[in-house]
Design a protein around this ligand. Structure first.
Ligand SMILES: *Cc1c(COP(=O)(O)O)cnc(C)c1O
Length: 451
């Protein structure tokens, strides 16, 4: 028996192939040699000796390794805050602000009026105060970091009271009990999973360092449930001089109730209810960059800013530029709803969605049998977990290759397209397909069909 693997060409032989040699003119030699080695290795691992188009395989390998791994994709799933796809797309004004600050020097820590050192914490502070009604504000890397910072700054080594109904997991290994202990605090559970009363907090308050409440972002509780409102908890905490930290999660600043989206706490309401610190994300319903905002009373915010952890968790200039520009749009609520993509996607009319779906379906190859049907979009990102937003879906039948195979082709195409798969068919939800995505999407679907 002969081993077909013995017949593989050598690295030098392959580098001598005219098509491969031509690659050396456009790509670094190490890149091409590396690709040749990997293609040979893959051929050696294969059991059967299939004829290989060496030049093409090497070309593909060079192309594959030259591609960036963090790339834009078209999100055709309709999930607006898709954590795996980067959560909130930025508003055009935020993108411009990032580009302006990224390509040169900036006032990151420089005060133009004095010509002396300024504070990076000043940038979003005024706007966060104006929009939320809080006295003080601090921006760090993300809300998880903001919570660790707040707990550590206000309650290190001491007890933090939290309802048993709020010992939750947010996703990506973010679990409240672990966050409390890693912040150097002692977890003190009060109440029960389904019901916690103000008296449960009151009875445990003696000697406690803080009360923490955490919004149940990604699930809802129904049935025999109770928990005191934030205003009651704030009044109780204040009566004993104990700080109250409220993690509201999504950073909602807009009023989305006219679009049937209720139940998510707004930042300004949490501030008005009297929490000493309110914590939220920048890249969920706020619609900005990844960031963790801490707003609230002057003195506890200052305590957070003084902590060495504030330095460890600090936000970078690109984040601060994007956040400031996004917050600026909120000064005009109508402009915010129009220009902040997350808000625009959540408030788009059903007529507009049906129109987009019709336009996409009309331009797709007939072989995909595109047809329209009523469906729902999810908000995602652990926000409004029960909300189902009515939309119009485009349903496609990819034929013999099957929906999973076709979805794979779409992911590996350029631009990559992420779709929903249901009943061995492909579903496109126009809610998350930007106007500028429409024609590349049609192109990607047409290419995938003919591949
Ligand atoms: C999402 C969320 C967090 C974590 O926010 P990141 O900005 O992703 O770190 C914390 N708390 C709540 C309630 C959340 O919903």
């Amino acid at each position: 028996m002969t081993d077909p693997r013995r017949d593989l060409p050598s690295v030098d032989q392959l580098l001598g192939d005219p098509a491969v040699a031509a690659l050396l003119a456009v790509a670094p030699r190490d890149t091409v040699v590396g690709a040749v080695r990997r293609v040979l290795q893959a051929a050696r691992r294969r059991r059967t000796a299939r004829p290989i188009d060496w030049a093409e395989a090497i070309l593909e390998e060079v192309h594959r390794t030259g591609q960036r791994t963090l790339r834009p994709v078209i999100n055709a799933t309709g999930v607006v805050l898709h954590t795996n796809l980067g959560r909130a797309p930025l508003a055009a004004a935020a993108v411009e602000a990032v580009a302006a600050v990224a390509s040169g020097y900036s006032t990151l820590e420089y005060d133009l009026s004095t010509g002396a050192r300024g504070l990076r914490t000043d940038h979003a502070r005024r706007l966060l105060g104006e929009l939320t009604g809080a006295e003080g504000a601090l921006v760090v890397n993300n809300a998880a970091g903001a919570l660790v910072l707040a707990l550590n700054a206000l309650a290190e080594g001491r007890r933090v009271l939290i309802s048993r109904g709020e010992l939750i997991e947010i996703g990506g290994s973010f679990r409240i009990p672990e966050i409390i202990s890693r912040s150097g605090c002692l977890l003190h559970e009060v109440g029960t999973t389904n019901r916690t009363h103000l008296s449960d907090y009151a009875e445990a308050l003696e000697g406690a360092a803080a009360i923490l409440t955490v919004h149940r972002s990604n699930f809802t509780q129904a049935g025999f449930v109770a928990s005191p409102g934030p205003a009651e908890i704030a009044a109780l905490a204040r009566s004993k001089g104990i700080p109250y930290i409220h993690d509201v999660g999504s950073g909602l600043l807009a009023d989305l109730t006219p679009w049937g989206l209720a139940g998510e706490p707004r930042v300004m309401d949490a501030v008005a209810d009297g929490a000493d610190l309110v914590i939220f994300s920048g890249d969920k319903l706020l619609g900005g960059p990844q960031a963790g905002c801490v707003v609230g009373r002057e003195e506890p915010v200052a305590a957070c800013a003084r902590s060495p952890l504030a330095r460890a968790f600090r936000a970078d200039k690109l984040t601060l530029a994007a956040l400031e520009a996004t917050l600026h749009l909120y000064r005009d609520p109508e402009r915010a709803a129009r220009e902040i993509p997350v808000l625009a996607m959540l408030t788009v009319s059903q007529e507009e969605l049906a129109e987009r779906a019709g336009r996409i379906a009309a331009l797709l190859p007939a072989a995909l049998a595109p047809r329209l049907e009523a469906g729902d979009s999810a908000v995602g990102g652990g926000s409004f977990p029960d909300a189902a937003l009515a939309t119009t879906l485009v349903r496609l039948s990819p034929g013999r290759i099957g929906a999973a195979g076709f979805a794979l082709r779409l992911r590996l195409g350029e631009p990559p397209v992420i779709v929903r798969v249901a009943d061995d068919q492909i579903l496109l939800d126009p809610r998350t397909i930007a106007a500028a995505d429409e024609s590349p999407l049609i192109g990607a679907l047409t290419t995938a069909l003919s591949a």
